[in-house]
Design a protein around this ligand. Structure first.
Ligand code: TRP
Length: 506
């Protein structure tokens, strides 16, 4: 048995009922099926305390040093959602950067519990971010649509109904622009009965055997009357992080009984909202106990998006005015933002001009921070707002323009996602990707004499480190040096081009 993750045994709820009988105060509650902000004594909803969650669950906050390394290793400026802390926390992201730096592959994995609603921006942002990661790292991606999970956890849902939602939601997700060559989307109820799921199922059963009732009760707060499907479901969401569950993606036969140990050893990166973390603590605790052990999957966690009503509010399908939905018309977007977006401005025009507004709680400004890539422009808006030069109406107008463009682009893409397109994404098949074309660390390491026997690296009979070139043949020290230099030049060129492109758009 491996060391348990420090926080995993504790129940994931941070909530504690207030002891004072008349107080309406309660702490925030975050778990995969329920997310509630804290309230104060008067029952006012407070902002989520993300640092507290990170501390409680022992995740690492994403800091400037990690982002700097991300940029150095990938040659890409970190996405604005990383720069601005929307994706704020991680587990072992640095190990994924090491993997990439060595020129080795990893699996990218995310998912969605399908629901009836047309997706809103709170749903699309994690997928847009995942697509960006896929573009940056050029790795295979699996997207799990958990219709089984939704069915098990929602009393009233029927299986055909939730399967239908899964198809619709999958089309919405595909509209974010995923590359079909590198992406496998699957709906659980369909994939698990397809005949391509043999290794997934073997992994599931093995994992189920490793996890006790007490463990899932500890992790998820289940009790004696929880249905047995819910008790078992976590194993599926967990083994979905093992590349060995999808041999066909790697061109490996999935009909044989034996799973591929090399695939099992492949690292995985999971972008998800922080409420999904309890699932992945379970896999991180148990993955090394599999017959063919897997490394602990790395995670990158997002905050929850701000509802139109402001911090602590929830975007919800049952309240159309709580969010911008991807099916909204231009008119709806305009009305929602004008009427319902919480304003950090002053009550009257005179007061606003005199005292200025507060962009930090202004929802129109917050939404601009989600979608406006230009950091300088945002600083200008915030400054002008604080000074009272920019009015609430001005801010809302900027926001409306931005949101209309985002939704329009989505709707145009969505129209093209036919049933045939969906079927192609869901067809179990070999995927194609390139990974890191310039693995500088491997080369630099050899130069420093640090090379290790990793894929692409080898040792000569005498034990001396050698490096393999792109053709798989050993390179001389000079060739390796040259490659490293070329890679560095390439990186600098890219950096320059990006800087000048960014300068042009601002
Ligand atoms: N349980 C998730 C939900 O209800 C769906 C999911 C499955 C998922 N696998 C995932 C989400 C991996 C993020 C990452 O939405």
């Amino acid at each position: 048995m491996t060391e348990p993750e420090p926080s995993s045994v504790a129940a994931l709820s941070l909530a504690e009922t207030a002891t004072h009988p008349t107080s309406k105060a309660h702490e925030q509650e975050i778990n995969p099926w329920d997310v509630q902000a804290a309230t104060d004594e008067q029952g006012n909803i407070l902002e989520f305390d993300y640092e507290a969650i990170s501390k409680n669950w022992d995740t690492k906050l994403i800091d400037a040093a990690l982002l700097e390394r991300f940029e150095r290793v990938t040659g890409h400026k970190p996405h604005r959602w990383l720069r601005r802390g929307l994706f704020f926390s991680h587990r072992d992201l640095h190990l994924i950067l090491d993997t990439y730096e060595r020129g080795e592959g990893f699996l990218l994995y995310t998912g969605r519990g399908p629901s009836s609603d047309s997706m809103h921006i709170g749903h699309t942002i994690p997928f847009e971010f995942t697509k960006w990661l896929q573009d940056v790292f050029d790795v295979p991606l699996v997207i799990m649509m958990t219709d089984d999970e939704k069915f098990l956890f929602k009393e009233k849902l029927k299986q055909p109904e939730v399967y239908h939602y899964a198809r619709d939601n999958a089309k919405d997700i595909i509209s974010m622009g995923f590359d079909v060559k590198k992406t496998f989307v699957y709906i659980d109820s369909e994939f698990f009965t397809s005949g391509f799921n043999r290794h997934f199922s073997l992994n599931t059963t093995e994992f189920e055997k490793l996890v006790t009732n007490n463990q899932v009760r500890g992790a998820f707060g289940f009790h004696g009357s929880t249905n047995i499907g819910s008790n078992a479901f976590a194993a599926k969401q967990c083994v979905a992080a093992f590349a060995s569950s999808y041999p066909f993606i790697f061109g490996i036969d999935c009909k044989t009984y034996h799973r591929d140990a090399k695939l099992a050893a492949m690292p995985c990166l999971i972008p998800c909202a922080i409420d999904q973390d309890p699932y992945f603590r379970l896999v991180r605790e148990n993955c090394s106990r599999m017959d063919q052990p897997s490394p602990k999957p790395a995670l990158i966690h997002s905050k929850f998006l701000t509802a139109l009503q402001g911090a602590g509010g929830k975007m919800s399908a049952s309240n159309p005015n709580s969010a911008i939905f991807m099916s909204d018309t231009e008119k709806q977007i305009k009305n929602k933002i004008n009427k319902h977006a919480f304003s950090g401005g002053q009550e009257t025009l005179e007061l606003h001009r005199e005292k200025g507004g507060n962009p930090d709680i202004d929802v129109a400004y917050q939404y601009l921070t989600y979608f406006e890539d230009d950091d300088d422009k945002l600083v200008q808006f915030a400054d002008a707002y604080r000074k009272g030069e920019m009015l609430t109406g001005d801010m809302k107008k900027e926001c409306i323009t931005m949101m209309m463009a985002y939704v329009k682009q989505f709707q145009e893409a969505r129209e093209k996602v036919t049933d045939e397109v969906l079927e192609e994404f869901m067809r179990p098949r070999k995927l194609e990707w390139k990974g890191n074309q310039n693995p500088t660390m491997r080369l630099n390491n050899v130069e420093k004499g640090l090379g290790v026997a990793e894929i692409g690296l080898g040792k000569k009979e005498g034990g001396e480190n050698i490096v393999l070139g792109p053709d798989g043949k050993p390179m001389t020290k000079n060739q390796a040096k040259k490659m490293a230099k070329l890679a560095e030049q390439e990186r600098k060129k890219k950096e320059k081009a990006e800087a000048s492109a960014a300068a042009k758009t601002s």
